[in-house]
Design a protein around this ligand. Sequence first.
Ligand code: 5AD
Ligand code: SF4
Length: 439
Amino acid sequence: MEKGYLHIVTFGCQMNVYDSQRMAQLLSGYQMVKDIKKADLILINTCSVREKAEQKAYSLLGRLRGLKRNKPYVVIGMGGCVAQQEGEALLKRFPHLDMVFGTQALHRLPELVSLASQEGKRICDVGLSHNGDMAPSCVSPLLPNVKSFVTIMQGCNNFCSYCIVPYVRGGEVSRKSEVIIEEVTELVQQGVKEITLLGQNVNSYGKNIPGELSFSQLLEEIGKIPGLKRIRFTTSHPKDLSNELMECFARIDTLCEHIHLPVQAGSDRILRLMNRGYTRQQYMDKVQRLREILPQVSITSDVIVGFPGEEDSDFQDTLDLVKKMEFDNIFSFKYSDRPHTKACSFRDKVPAAIKDQRLTILQQVQREITLKKNKRLEGHIEEVLVEGRSKKDVFELTGRTRSNRVVNFTGNYELVGKLVKVKIEKAYVNSLRGIIVGN
Ligand code: 5AD
Ligand code: SF4
């Protein structure tokens, strides 16, 4: 029975994209609608990792006040990390908000929604259980069935001094390998070709379950699933990147040659203050080892500028590391204070104007490196998994290389979901253009 229209807005990371897919699946009695004004149920899946994402969620919620006034029967819910962090306070602050559900309440969503919509209750469910109380759901892939995420663990034990994740997602909890393998197998049977295994720190997968597979062993097992063409994973913490895991890249054919390995800073003093658990040299050694094992590996990273106490010399160390490492790409952020975190109480906050300046310089340096590395691919033939129509031009197809670069090319829509060979003709900073030269 149709219960009405559902609209979900997602902020933040891939973990949230996955959670939103799960929400849609759990509420499958609702029909998804693109126009928020037509929805009977609006869910905002929030992220509090950085201040900007949090502000965006609040401003959207603020704008929905008028909509609720005109359509009082609409149920508005806020989930994810901001919900986890603020709890009841959100219901007090926003009288038009009906539901607040935390990062571990997802599987109770149908129940919560029916309490809110049928009984008119205002609900807050933000318990953190820390015991792996996760929905063993198998997420239907989004159409077209090309790629899908699978969460292998939730939470994080690392307590990097700037990061809110351990407070809003709880401690590390791995899902059982049998359940993960079953979920991947089912997705592949439904037509999925590429799986990305998700966790805040996938390298410590299995450590909280006695006798469980290690992450490398889990990769080996997933590599044996027939029909699965590509495996990716994110995110890896450099301190836990083992030789065993590096060697998986050489051993498992379907494991794509890309690793996201956030360095955060290039200065030892700042790395220590960040509580990252490695030095600049240790990080660089791991990258070198990885490149020895797999010379064509693509490495991306996260970098924060303007961490409290960051002097110009520290920033120069970061720039120097970024130049030396020649990452394929980076995500770079200005440090922002997050509630509960240790860094929040650190003195010597860096002024906004200096953070802006440093970010601009860093991004310019990286843009040149990214372009240079992309240009090296001109004339090469790359394996591309065709994902769908290109966003900019509906007559074009788009896909990704094994190194995770976006490639646009002309081709028949029937190729979606297939692996094709594309000759790269032109490289830009954010994408490549090519022509199909074979299947
Ligand atoms: N300020 C700025 N960036 C942050 N990140 C996490 N917390 C903060 C913060 N307080 C960045 C890190 C992390 C990415 C997901 O977000 O670089 O790897
Ligand atoms: Fe946050 Fe550090 Fe955990 Fe990553 S490893 S989620 S940055 S605490």
